[in-house]
Design a binder for this molecule. Sequence first.
Ligand SMILES: [Zn+2]
Length: 349
Amino acid sequence: MFIIQGMKLTDKQRERYSRMLALRDFSDDDMETIMNTTVAMLGAGGLGSPSLRLLTAIGFGRIRIVDRDIVELSNIQRQTVFNTRDIGKPKAEAAAENLELMNPEVQFDPICVSIDDENGIDVLKGVDIILDGLDSFKARRAVNKASLELKIPYVFSGAVEYYANLTTFVPGKTGCLQCVMGDAQDNPENTCAQVGVSPTLLSIAAAVEVNEALKLALGRTPDLMNRLMTIDTSTLSIDFFDIGKAEDCEVCSQPQKKATEKKNELSVTQLCSQSFNISPGKTLNLDLDTLASNLDSMYSVQRRKRFLIVHVDDNIRVTVMPAGNLIVKGIATAEEATKLFQDIIGDDN
Ligand SMILES: [Zn+2]
């Protein structure tokens, strides 16, 4: 947590948070603790959107928003942090922009990457609580490892169709994702795009996730420690199952290995939106103005506040973030994505 010495609530903060402060068992000190807490919301999609709205309204001090994709028309039905005018923007940036309007007391840190074993530690370093709005076990495994290594509690949630699962992993006090899910793989037949996902389910699951985050922030025992909660909104049933640590767990029973050495290579990920996210091996600090004027002779370039949109031709559109991440729409293969990265950012990087 980042501590502001002798911090006291201002009159405005007291008014903004008055219904929170009026709650039984909730003091000024508790509000200050929340305002000094940094959370990471991984994924600004179906689960991330309602969670982000709650985290922001409640007044968590800093929110790191991690998402690799861009906003599409089919997202708006459930991804309530976006407006229709956000279509085409990077989700992390669009979410931060909209949430700032809701609560200017909160600091936002949007990061447009695909979280994996190589960047997990970098992305999560310095946060107090991790909240899950991810859509793949591959990404969750990376988060699980980083959570154990950094000793950060991880509120797990997964939702598809009418069903959600939630539990809270606290390093040293509970098992981990691997203990519960084993080697579960992503089922390509069972994605939100294939079987859909209920917006009301997402709101319930998000509320539970944020409730866990509140308890963790305040040093209280989260209700889903060593318990798995399942929600089924087709029958509106909620169940709880005791879960624990697997004694032979290959992830949390072993001393944590140091994070994988960075390979300094491009990582290319295909996204749900039929786009590709390309991340350089190291964070670049691109000067967007210079890049825009360099690209201007070859492409049609739009300069936005915190990113560029490059129209390569009528079909291919590339969103460029200052850290060197690209989201490319309109291509079919990872090879084409890599080629575009070289054309736009250059070989030196
Ligand atoms: Zn484990």
